[in-house]
Structures are given as C-alpha cells and as structure tokens.
Design a protein around this ligand. Structure first.
Ligand code: GLV
Length: 387
C-alpha cells in the first residue's frame, strides 16, 4: 500500500491507473485553461496568519451545510462519469462520504443511477440537476430524486451549453469508451481498471439511458448536452423547479453579484460560487477571487458555498475564513477514487480533514465558526480592479 500524504499522491496514482480518456476528462479546463489554472493559483496567493499560545485543545471541524450536520465544511461535488473513473464509482464515493459524515452529490450525468446509489447507501445524498428540454423526463428525474430521499437539489446554472475541452474531442470521450485502436492500446495498460469494469453494475449513463429518447449517441456527453440540455433555462424556470421540488435547493454556478441577488430572489437555500472547475467559461474569474464580492452582495442573507480549485484542507480553510459556509471537492475525490476506489475517496477526505484541522490550530482557531478573515493575509489587489 503506497503511503499517501497529500492529494497529489492520489493524483499520481490515479493518472497511472485510469484510462487516459477519463483522466483527461477530469483534468481538463475549457479552451486555454486559464480559469482552470487560476482556480488553484489564486488560492496560493492567499497566505495564513500564524498565531501562537492559543489553547488548541477540543478542536472540531464539524459544522452545518444547508442545515445538515457535516464533519467538515466539505461536500463531494457532482462529477459526471464518476463511474468511469472506477467501477461503481458513484456508489463507492457515496459510501465513503457517508462514513466520513459529509454530503455526496450525485450528478445527472452519473454512471450509477439515482436508484442504485440510494440502494447502496443509507444517508440521504444530494442530487444535481441539469435541466433538459424534455419536460416529462425532467419531471420524472425530479420525482426519482424525491423517491430516493435526496435531501437537496443542486441545480447547475452554468452548463446549458457545454464548454469546449479540447482533449475530450481529441480522445472521442464516451461512456463506455469506444474501442478505437489508440483507446484499446491505452486500456491494455490499465488492467486493474478493466477487471473492475467487467464486474460493474453499469457502464452507461444510468439516469438517462432507458429513460429518455431522441439522442443520436447515448454514450456521448457531448451529444447529450447538445441535444437534450435546455438552452432556454432562465430565472422563471428556476423558480418553478424550486416549487416543483419543494425541498432544499442549492444553485450552483454563480460567479457574479447580480446573479447572486437573483438566486436570493428565487429563494435558493444556498448558492455555490463556481466556474464549474474552469470547464465552462474560460477567462472567467477564479471562484476564490469572485467570492468576496458575492459575499458582500448576499452573504448575510443566503448560505454561500464555493467550489472550483479546492485541493487541500488549507484551501477549505481559506474559503471558509473568507466567508463561505461550505466547499466542494470534485477532482480531489476523483483522484482518490481512480487511485484506490472507495478507500481512496476516504483517504482524500482524511488528508483534507487533517490539513484543515492542523492549519486551523496553527492559526489559533478551534472551531469552524471562529474562522474569519482575520486569519487570512489577502493581497491588496486580490479581487482585481476591473472596468
Ligand atoms: C459536466 O458536468 C462536465 O463538466 O463535464
């Protein structure tokens, strides 16, 4: 068993064990990948204020997200095709999250279906919704999430149209992978992945295949999004979805204070400051840079969460000290899953938890509700002066 001390260790193992096509899918940003890069480099620009001689006994990272107890302010983000990173990937990730005491969010574009994940877990998970043109299908999807006892609906607002990630096009990304000669040559070196996949419950899009008609290539994310996603989604439709769901709603993909105000108006229980991991609008601000203005606009009225760029417990600390009530990890848990299955997701959570706990202590804080901007050293022009 390799000694894993940080998320990068998991990433290295992940790269070795998972087919190139799925590694590239997770590791890409759109176009030039500027936003993808800045999501992490902007976290590095923030420094921490070391404090000493503060009693650090009795520390806890526990808190709440949308009224739900969490072991730390971290949820597993919805990641499409998770079940292609590792056989039954969504089930394994959801089980790891449940055991750790953090929320798991199932993507609409998952491999394991809502029902399969519900059957394999006992804690309610969150369901991430993409809105589709087919209204009957959309209503059925919401009903399926309700029947599975999902405790929040996470509606993604920044993907009515898919951002271009060059490598997905070059690799011919699909689930299951199409057996071209380059793909077969690469798969031949990933025997551990292949053996797992032979026994997987499912190798296609479980929430979709068999539930909706009219897509030219059911194995292609690009085909699904292009042909089925609803490009006319607007705030009225979001308000109706909230009404239809009737439970907790988290609106994901907010990067602008005006949009944050609109989200508040439609009654979101939380918003996620997110640029979709740098996978949608290249050239957009990193999430951590966009966060302060959004907090100033709505932070006292709605719970503000953040994703995109979280790779360590120190990143969690910085986002929460800045004012976010919770964060999400997507790639960080995916590396663990591809590297070591469920144990790898657990390891990713343990690593992040330890980094968060120790950094909190060294900043002189014992509880999440004690984290504030006072522990951060933020460059003067961090938010930037834009015209
Ligand atoms: C889907 O959510 C993607 O970013 O590929």
């Amino acid at each position: 068993m390799p000694v894993i001390t940080n998320i990068d260790d998991l990433k290295r193992l992940y790269q070795r064990r998972v087919p190139r096509m799925f590694y590239d899918y997770a590791e890409s940003g759109s176009w030039t990948e500027q936003t993808f890069r800045e999501n992490t480099s902007d976290f590095e620009d923030i420094r921490l204020r070391q404090r000493v001689a503060v009693d650090m006994t009795g520390r806890s990272t526990a808190t709440q997200m949308v009224g739900q107890d969490v072991a730390m302010p971290v949820a597993l983000a919805p990641v499409g095709l998770t079940g292609m990173q590792c056989a039954d990937g969504e089930i394994k990730a959801a089980r790891a999250a449940e055991a750790f005491g953090v929320p798991f969010t199932l993507s609409t574009m998952s491999i394991n279906s809502i029902e399969e994940v519900a059957e394999a877990t006992s804690a309610p998970f969150w369901f991430q919704l993409y809105t589709m043109k087919d209204q009957d299908y959309l209503s059925r999807l919401i009903e399926r999430a309700r029947a599975a006892n999902c405790s929040a609906l996470v509606i993604t607002l920044d993907l009515q149209i898919l951002g271009q990630r060059h490598r997905d096009l070059k690799n011919g990304l699909s689930a299951p992978p199409k057996l071209t000669i380059p793909t077969m040559m690469n798969l031949a070196t990933k025997w551990r992945w292949g053996i797992g996949m032979l026994g997987a419950k499912r190798r296609d899009f479980g929430n979709i295949v068999g539930h909706v008609q009219g897509v030219s290539d059911p194995s292609s994310l690009m085909a699904w999004t292009g042909e089925q996603f609803d490009p006319s989604l607007d705030w009225d439709k979001i308000a109706k979805l909230k009404e239809q769901w009737g439970g907790k709603v988290i609106l994901k993909g907010i990067l602008d204070a005006d949009d944050a105000r609109m989200a508040l108006k439609v009654g979101a229980d939380a918003i996620v400051v997110s640029n979709h991991g740098g996978r949608q609008l290249d050239g957009a601000l990193s999430s951590i840079r966009a966060l302060p203005a959004i907090l100033d606009a709505v932070g006292d009225k709605v719970e503000v969460h953040l994703d995109s760029g979280i790779r360590s417990g120190q990143d969690v600390l910085k986002a929460v000290a800045m004012g976010a009530k919770g964060t999400y990890i997507g790639r960080a848990f995916t590396y663990g899953l591809g590297a070591m299955g469920q144990a790898g997701v657990t390891r990713a959570l343990e690593v992040i938890h330890k980094e968060l706990d120790v950094s909190m202590a060294l900043c002189g804080r014992r509880r999440v509700d004690e984290l504030d901007r006072d522990i951060l050293l933020v460059p003067e022009d961090f938010e930037g002066r834009w015209q």
